[in-house]
Design a protein around this ligand. Sequence first.
Ligand SMILES: Cc1cc2nc3c(=O)[nH]c(=O)nc-3n(C[C@H](O)[C@H](O)[C@H](O)COP(=O)(O)OP(=O)(O)OC[C@H]3O[C@@H](n4cnc5c(N)ncnc54)[C@H](O)[C@@H]3O)c2cc1C
Length: 460
Amino acid sequence: MSDYDVDLFVIGGGSGGVRAARIAAQHGARVMLAEEYRVGGTCVIRGCVPKKLLVYASRFRAEFEDAVGYGWTLPQSTFDWPTLIRNKDSEIARLEAAYTATLEKARVTIVKSRAVIADARTVRLADGKDVSAAHILIATGGAPSYGDPIPGIEHAISSNQAFHLPDLPAHVVVQGGGYIALEFAGIFAGLGSHVTVVYRGENILRGFDDDVRQHVRMDMEKRGIRVFTGCKVAAIERMGARFSALLSSGMHVPADCVMFATGRTPHVARMGLKETGVEIAKNGGVAVDEYSRSSVPNIYAIGDVTNRVNLTPVAIREGHAFADTVFGGKPTKVDHVNVPTAVFSDPEVGAVGLTEAEARARLNRTDIYRAMFRPLKATLSGRDTTVLLKLVVDGDTDRVVGCHIVGEGAAEMVQLAAIAVKMRATKADFDATMALHPTTAEELVTMRQKSATYAREAAE
Ligand SMILES: Cc1cc2nc3c(=O)[nH]c(=O)nc-3n(C[C@H](O)[C@H](O)[C@H](O)COP(=O)(O)OP(=O)(O)OC[C@H]3O[C@@H](n4cnc5c(N)ncnc54)[C@H](O)[C@@H]3O)c2cc1C
């Protein structure tokens, strides 16, 4: 017990903050948590969960089409956006209540308020009330950023609004080439919108393996999504109830909705951080050490506000490790290597470990195994699609250092492959594993022929 009002004040009730608060309370700490919007944070309220529900909705169209080749005759299908949004909202409300109940059960005091740091031991609530705390955890996440200001930017929406549109837009322009942009492009296209993706870089999905990037683009285009790279939306003009996106290439794209998914900014502004001596890192997030401790010894930060690996399971791990370190007497670091990741676009992507380019820059010798084929399901449906499976192997040690999959079920496959990669499995271990037939994943253990071998590239 400290002389402070609480042992821990958590600012932000998202994935990381909720986990940290609960575990710290279970370790015996008196915990207060402030949330300015809704308990559950980005992932539950306007991120992973509602996004995946919309992804499920969008994929029924292809299922209905594919069913015909399998002998089904279906009545003309129709789709009702308000029903989807209503059902999604009630599931999100249920989850929010479940998160709140879990915190209350753990005896965490929840304050529905914005909170900022007044000094190293004091948190100030929106009504001006001060709460003293032995430790403060910043778990405020991030928010969509719109990039450089352009004329008409006020007409653009971000993912936050995309979850609450009153109607399904008939024509959508999505600016961005990252996972959120491509997921929403797939959602809108699957539900029936005409979608144009605009991305200023050379190709979509920067940071992913180059084969994956090419494959996803090719398959998205086959599904009718227009992808313009090397240009950006330069202005948005209102035209009655619609808009026109003027691209830097000079082209005008009419749209009912222009969505920007151009990155996210950590929530560090107007939080009293600078005044308290909490340093900001070059990446724009709170600077922390490997125990998530900031430059002020009793103030910690976890999750997206640190801009390390911005994924829910990482925020949760960091929150748990913080609580074990500070209140459980068990100093715990989080390993940020080999974090599996997915893009729930159409086609779906799953990836873990090094890309081919990263391996070739780091390893003496890199072996590449690659398979690309038409999945069995596409034979009778006649769907024009292929899956890609790729293993990146350290040629010296035979360790599988990267696994990249594009196609149906990619995320589920990579979650399991990530265990093998994390356990430092070798290609020989993969080969010794019996195939499970007929599956797509069996290709991971039956790729015998190397596609290529590379010696380390000379440093520039
Ligand atoms: C559209 C979208 C899809 C995503 N999909 C995935 C996915 O499929 N898989 C995945 O792993 N990750 C996904 N993410 C990322 C994931 O949501 C985040 O990595 C995760 O939510 C980070 O958790 P956090 O606790 O750091 O922050 P958050 O969950 O953002 O929580 C921060 C909370 O702090 C609150 N807050 C902020 N400032 C204050 C303040 N001053 N006072 C009080 N409260 C405050 C906010 O309201 C918020 O509730 C997605 C994100 C988005 C936007």
